[in-house]
Design a protein around this ligand. Structure first.
Ligand code: UD1
Length: 431
């Protein structure tokens, strides 16, 4: 579907100017699509980004028997025809978020079979918290032949769940399981990400009774039945943050629109510490490059802490700082793989466990590099905007998983970025 033969070529040093508009949040829409399973009928989701992960989730829903239509940025999911309860391995291995159908399937049908996600290239991502919580809600969980089977023939029952860690996915899966359970469920140490608040808004529109969205305690009063609903997805704060860093690296004046700046508070604070002033006016954020950056220490944490999904982009930026920065990754075990690629562009980075010491250099030089994952790939494109000469980023299917037309959006504001086909003579491969 997304061949590995395409690469993104960036010629550094072209100043960015203009406005980019971000799309709906990837990390929200995938959950809304799973939540549509809960209602017997057609739900409508608006402002859906055109990204590969959305296609995978649409395929998961289709294999379950749902009808999915996607026109423009409007998606209709009709789960009245749903007649299968299995998320197969080929899809779960393509996208881990496929496991989010587990909660809604058990809630509505009392059964589900979901392939166990395999290793992931940003650290071993377990699902023990999802499963433990479902067991507390009364589901019987077994696993064999690489599949997890959950069953609750008499329905789920409300429970008091205390998460060991505020996992985003576990909070969402349990939330979607609990909305139709008998009685009250409390999820403590719940994740507080804006995307969860948006999922709660959608579930409430479907008739769910949930209190505490945005806090670490969610209280869910089970209801008999949910009805289809319409919902518009929140703007993608990570896409917005990525564009702000692009602006910090290369813009004369770049406006980023369509995301809520209050979702980016710590990102904006850290940009300011690095010498990047972002003017905020409603839903519009305007950024310009300060030239050289001040070094800043950054530690990722669950929301409202600094997002792990912005860590690679910041590392790219701070590799051009006037001094040393320490970046601490607290959410995922090994999310520094792209640092090796950044080093190939001249960055001076030392990894010590979950800490990266970034010694600022005066310039990066364009090089052929490989995107190791979604955000790391985006960070390499950003580095290319500021580097001297040509950068060729391969492994772009990672980037297409979660960024809607990154190349087109950057081009529209003056970046020298283009797709190249590696299969055809490999022009530019040795750039
Ligand atoms: C979501 C986001 C991802 C983001 C991450 C953290 C989606 C589709 N993806 O991923 O972009 O980087 O939140 O903000 O929304 N963990 C366990 N046991 C579990 C579940 C998680 O140990 O049962 C650990 C993971 O290994 C990881 C940490 O908790 O180290 C965070 O994971 P989690 O918050 O669940 O992230 P995701 O929902 O997978």
């Amino acid at each position: 579907m997304h061949g590995m033969s395409r690469a993104i070529r960036i010629t550094g040093g072209h100043p960015l100017a203009g406005t980019v508009v971000v799309g709906g949040a990837k990390n929200a829409v995938l959950k809304h699509m799973a939540a549509a399973i809960l209602a017997d009928g057609e739900s409508v989701i608006r402002r859906v980004p055109r990204i590969a992960d959305v296609d995978v989730m649409a395929e998961v829903l289709r294999r379950l028997g749902a009808r999915v239509r996607f026109e423009g940025d409007v998606m209709r999911v009709d789960s009245a025809t749903l007649d299968s309860f299995e998320a197969p391995y080929d899809l779960v291995s393509a996208m881990r978020a496929s496991i989010l159908v587990l909660g809604p399937l058990v809630a509505r049908f009392g059964k589900a079979r979901v392939a166990m996600p395999g290793g992931c290239n940003i650290g071993s991502r377990k699902i023990d918290l999802h499963l433990k919580g479902l067991q507390q809600l009364g589901a019987e969980i077994t696993s064999e032949h690489g599949y997890i089977q959950a069953s609750a023939p008499r329905g789920l029952s409300g429970a008091h769940i205390f998460l060991d860690f505020p996992s985003v996915g576990a909070t969402e899966n349990l939330l979607m399981a609990a909305v139709q359970a008998h009685g009250t469920t409390t999820i403590e140490n719940a994740a507080r990400e804006p995307e969860i608040q948006d999922l709660v808004a959608f579930l409430r529109a479907m008739g769910a009774a949930i209190e505490g969205a945005g806090t670490s305690t969610l209280v869910i009063e089970g209801v008999e039945e949910l009805r289809p609903a319409e919902h518009t997805v929140i703007g993608d704060r990570i896409e917005a943050g990525t564009m702000l860093v692009a602006g910090a690296l290369a813009a004369k004046r770049l406006a980023v629109e369509g995301a809520d700046p209050t979702h980016l508070e710590l990102v904006l604070n850290k940009l300011a510490e690095a010498g990047v002033e972002v003017q905020v006016d409603g839903r519009r954020m305007v950024v310009a490059s300060p030239g050289r950056f001040r070094p800043v220490d950054v530690a990722t944490l669950p929301y409202p802490g600094f997002p792990t999904d912005m860590q690679p982009q910041f590392m790219a930026m701070l590799s051009l700082a006037d001094g040393d920065s320490v970046i601490t990754e607290n959410v995922f075990e090994s999310r520094f793989m792209f640092a090796d690629e950044l080093r190939r562009m001249g960055a001076d980075i030392t990894i010590e466990g979950h800490r990266a010491i970034v010694r600022g250099v005066e310039r990066l030089s364009g090089a052929p590099v490989m995107a190791p994952d979604l955000r790391g790939g985006a960070a390499l494109v950003l580095a290319g905007l500021a580097a001297e000469g040509e950068t060729l980023v391969a492994g772009t299917y990672h980037i297409e998983r979660g960024y809607e037309d990154l190349v087109g959006k950057l081009r529209s504001v003056g970046a020298a970025v283009e797709w190249v086909d590696l299969a055809e003579g490999g022009s530019g491969v040795d750039a």
